[in-house]
Design a protein around this ligand. Structure first.
Ligand code: SAH
Length: 382
């Protein structure tokens, strides 16, 4: 059988040190792996499904199918999720001859660009197997390392204040492409990721199956607590209810952004097909079904939705709701004519909610000077 030498790039510890490694592959295998199934993760690995995203039982089944002893399944699991290898060829505890015949990229992305903001936030542009590029953000503090992950290439929701929506939509991310983002940040910082927020490019509830699969894998395989994860959605009819049925422990954040239907429709085109009353009714059901409170996100746009009467209207809307409001001062983007309110206006809005006994906090996004803040992700190298 003809043997072709293929060069893949393998990073062992840091993305700033990328080493080319020679890997042998026979041509048949190359042909089969050229068109991976990206939408539907399968239970068992085939030449078209990456091993990344498979759990211990699935990995064990796969090594057995390769004629290897079952304990290699645990080894494989550890090397993929704890050591963060990018190809089977790197797994030194595996027999050399076997490694070279099944050399496989496992489903990891490659680094296309990396930029660091002055506050230490790192923005990554990651290249996927089909050459598409997505953004991921690593946000370090003394105690936490948070990853903001993308769930789609682009976003179809087209919210007027968000750069991602202005770039259009391409496709959903597969489960392994979501997990890969977390492993990439962990590897670059050489530090355990403690928190994951599904707030990067895309609308997670248009890709629920892969997102839920990724949450479970990040929890069970990578070891991140579900309670340290937040999923942010603009709201898709019926999907919040469906999500509740999974009985997961992450925090649900809903992008409200307006205190009434008319204003919400102006800012969020999809709101026309999903009235605010219906969205809030579904959120109430979510709270009942899960026993977990919901976070409401409210972007603050000067002169648009930051007036005192709008704060009062919002308080009225959320009265008695087991929730927390996160006020997000607008982060400037190109192609949008909005402004961030002054600190005084932000504080005044916050105080009105507090007076009305609404749990509220102001969330200033990190990474603004690298275009890595909320709403600024457009897969460009600024
Ligand atoms: N599609 C999901 C995730 C989007 S990003 C959602 O809509 O919730 C996470 C948050 O950032 C959302 O609340 C989103 O509305 C907000 N956001 C978008 N553009 C922004 C901007 N320019 N400034 C501040 N927040 C923004």
């Amino acid at each position: 059988m003809p043997i072709e030498v293929n060069v893949v790039y393998v990073s062992f510890f840091s993305l700033s040190q990328v080493y080319p490694v020679m890997v042998s592959k026979d041509q048949n295998q190359l042909k089969e792996t050229a068109t991976p199934t990206l939408e539907q993760p399968q239970l068992t690995h085939s030449s078209t499904t990456p091993l990344l995203g498979a759990n211990l039982a699935e990995l064990t089944a796969w090594v057995l199918s390769q004629g290897q002893p079952s304990y290699r399944g645990r080894q494989l699991h550890e090397w993929i999720y704890q050591k963060g290898v990018r190809s089977l060829a790197e797994i030194s505890v595996f027999p050399k001859q076997w490694r070279s015949t099944v050399a496989d990229s496992l489903g990891r992305s490659t680094l296309h660009h990396r930029s660091v903001a002055s506050d230490g936030t790192v923005k990554y542009l990651l290249r996927l197997a089909d050459e598409r590029v997505i953004e991921t953000v690593g946000i370090p503090t003394e105690k936490r390392l948070t990853v903001c992950v993308s769930t789609q290439v682009g976003c179809p929701m087209a919210c007027d204040f968000c750069a991602t929506g202005k770039g259009g939509f391409n496709r959903n991310l597969a489960r392994h492409e979501i997990i890969d983002q977390v492993l990439t940040v962990q590897e670059d910082f050489q530090r355990r990721v403690s928190h994951v927020v599904f707030m990067g490019m895309g609308e997670p509830l248009l890709n629920t199956e892969n997102v839920v699969g990724a949450i479970k894998s990040l929890n069970e395989d990578v070891g991140i607590s579900q309670r340290a994860m937040t999923l942010s959605t603009v709201g898709i009819p019926e999907r919040i209810r469906q999500l509740a049925q999974h009985q997961l422990q992450f925090t649900l954040a809903v992008s409200l952004h307006a205190s009434n239907q008319a204003l919400r429709e102006k800012l969020i085109p999809s709101a026309r097909r999903y009235p605010l009353v219906d969205l809030l009714a579904e959120c109430r059901e979510y709270v009942q079904m899960t026993g977990r409170r919901v976070t409401f996100e409210y972007i603050l746009l000067a002169g648009v939705n930051d007036l005192p009467e709008q704060a009062a209207e919002l308080a009225q809307l959320l009265r008695g709701f087991q929730s927390h409001v996160n006020l997000i001062p607008y982060n400037p983007i190109r192609d949008a004519d909005y402004h961030r309110p002054t600190s005084r206006r932000i504080q005044a809005f916050c105080n009105i909610l507090k007076q009305e006994h609404i749990a509220v906090s102001v969330r200033y996004s990190r990474g603004m000077d690298a275009d890595a803040a909320c709403g600024q992700l457009r897969a460009t190298q600024s």
